[in-house]
Design a protein around this ligand. Structure first.
Ligand code: AHR
Length: 516
């Protein structure tokens, strides 16, 4: 086995396109232990945010700088009546979780509605996140959706704005992003519809909701869990409802075929955490499968959006999902999974003009990149990756060209996955060494950029590629930061230097451009 692999990376100085922070979005749903027992843990102590959220969880959520948070579902949204979740908590009705109770009490616990619209929106205010709400299309009505927009955004003398003011929030929340239904074409979704039916529904909801607030941005259902068979969804929806639509929602979980087919293998034998190289590369390799899905959807948008308009993508559910039931109750993600997230974010940067919105599914416990129960709260490596990107990524993408070998997997992904960004005098490089056990020695060439030798280096790694954090060892995997003086060689107007990148690691290198 080679002791190291040589890779060169050339970076151009001119920005390719802006990078919206809205690609670093999150999602919470009344499902499994996400809200009940996770985000909402009323009664656990006397000092809780809004009377029900662990302070340490608020801090953990804040630490990953969520740009967007989508709520209340997911599938839950198409069975949810938002009016159940407002007003004095002790008066709110207790309901069956219509979407998830059929899969048992763990996934669909009885819904006491104590975390509802105001709790969600005030949590977003506290976190500095832009909220996104999904209206109920599957079993709700246009009138209910319109009233919800008015409750959130209407003046305090409007019918529902006054109700909001009575519930303690005089000023409108100004919720900008609204989803009209969720995965509405799936047999699993409450009130599912065919694409032509949904076109009518979407247009009806959109026109009515915009009468209350013309500034809202509307997100329509597109394709999800690609089976390769439903190529009709995006074109039908874009052609029929594209004029009224601001974004097209797409969903995908990876390594997708494993979710059901290999459920037993992952859940019972717990191979998701196995040190097997084969599984490591299958999972890492699925970055390519997701990229192919995004590329196909981006093509749909370019071809089928109404003339003179492009309806960009909102990739509002994406993540690794191994064991169908267990992960929906309480997931945990390891170093490998964090590297997969970094590969995804690098890919999202490349697709930013086509896909300005994205939400990892989900944020807490249920498929959650943060774990929080009465036993404690910790960031998984996937959440650490969000922390690193949101703290260090610049506003624009720079072109980077990687010259090096591929990982030993049929996808042929390059060993080094890179994204380079810039904000004024700051260049940040996100380099993911995807190799299971070999170090990468990289030569970085920054064309036309004279850089300062003082660099900040931020790393997420561990000697064990499948190391998890746990309630007992919440910091076993952690982010390490250091300052280093690098040996820069001047190359004409540019600079170059060498760096060693540990096996299965993410390194963010923050550089300062001289005289920028
Ligand atoms: O994120 C879990 C579920 O997966 C969501 O509710 C649904 O939209 C998707 O199928």
């Amino acid at each position: 086995m080679k002791s190291s692999i040589d890779v060169s990376v050339a970076i151009d100085p001119e920005p390719l396109h802006p990078l919206p922070k809205t690609q670093y979005g999150h999602f919470i749903e009344h499902l499994g232990r996400c809200i009940k027992g996770g985000i909402w843990a009323e009664g656990e102590s006397d000092d809780m945010f809004l009377g029900g959220i662990r302070r340490e969880l608020v801090d953990a959520m804040k630490s990953i700088n969520p740009a967007l948070i989508r709520y209340p579902g997911g599938c839950f949204a198409d069975g949810y009546y938002w009016k159940d979740g407002i007003g004095p908590r002790e008066k709110r009705p207790v309901r069956r979780n219509r979407a998830w109770a059929k899969l048992g009490k763990r996934l669909g616990p009885v819904e006491n509605n104590r975390f509802g619209t105001d709790e969600f929106l005030q949590l977003c205010e506290e976190l500095g996140a832009e909220p996104q709400l999904t209206v109920n299309v599957g079993s709700g009505t246009v009138e209910e959706a319109v009233a919800w927009v008015e409750y959130c955004n209407g003046a305090k003398d409007s019918r529902w704005g006054a109700e909001r003011a009575r519930n303690g929030h005089k000023d409108p929340y100004g919720v900008k992003y609204w989803f009209i239904g969720n995965e509405i074409f799936g047999w699993h979704e409450i009130g599912h519809q065919s694409p032509p039916q949904y076109v009518k529904t979407f247009n009806e909801y959109a026109r009515a909701m915009r009468k209350v607030d013309p500034d809202i941005k509307l997100i329509g259902c597109g394709t999800f869990f690609p089976t390769g068979k439903r190529t009709d969804i995006n074109p039908t929806v874009l052609k029929g409802a594209g004029e009224e639509m601001d974004y097209l929602s797409i969903h995908m979980y990876a390594p997708s075929l494993y979710i059901l087919r290999h459920h037993w293998r992952y859940q019972v034998r717990r191979q998701a955490g196995s040190p097997s190289r084969k599984i490591y590369y299958d999972i890492i390799g699925s970055i390519k499968v997701v990229e192919e899905f995004v590329e196909q959807c981006a093509k749909d948008v370019r071809i089928h959006s109404p003339s003179g308009k492009k309806v960009p993508l909102s990739f509002d559910e994406w993540n690794l999902w191994f064991a169908f039931f267990n992960d929906m109750f309480q997931a945990n993600y390891n170093v490998r999974d964090g590297l997969w997230v970094a590969g995804m974010l690098n890919m999202f940067h490349r697709y930013a003009p086509d896909m300005p919105l994205a939400n990892i599914a989900q944020m807490v416990n249920c498929l959650g990149i943060i774990s929080s129960t009465r036993r404690g709260t910790f960031l998984t490596p996937s959440a650490m990756v969000f922390k690193i990107y949101t703290e260090h990524a610049g506003d624009e993408l720079l072109q980077s060209r990687v010259d090096g070998p591929a990982i030993p997997h049929e996808t042929g992904l390059p060993v080094l996955d890179v994204s380079a960004t810039r904000s004024r005098d700051k260049v940040s490089l996100f380099a993911v060494n995807l190799h299971y056990d070999t170090e990468v020695v990289t030569t970085l060439i920054l064309k036309g950029l004279d850089i300062d030798p003082g660099a900040a280096i931020i790393e997420m790694s561990h000697e064990n590629p499948v190391q998890y954090n746990t309630f007992l060892k919440p910091d076993e995997v952690r982010i390490r930061e250091r300052s280093e003086t690098i040996q820069v060689t001047r190359e004409g107007t540019g600079s170059s230097f060498k760096m060693r990148l540990a096996p299965h690691s993410l390194t963010c290198l923050e550089l300062k451009v001289k005289d920028a």
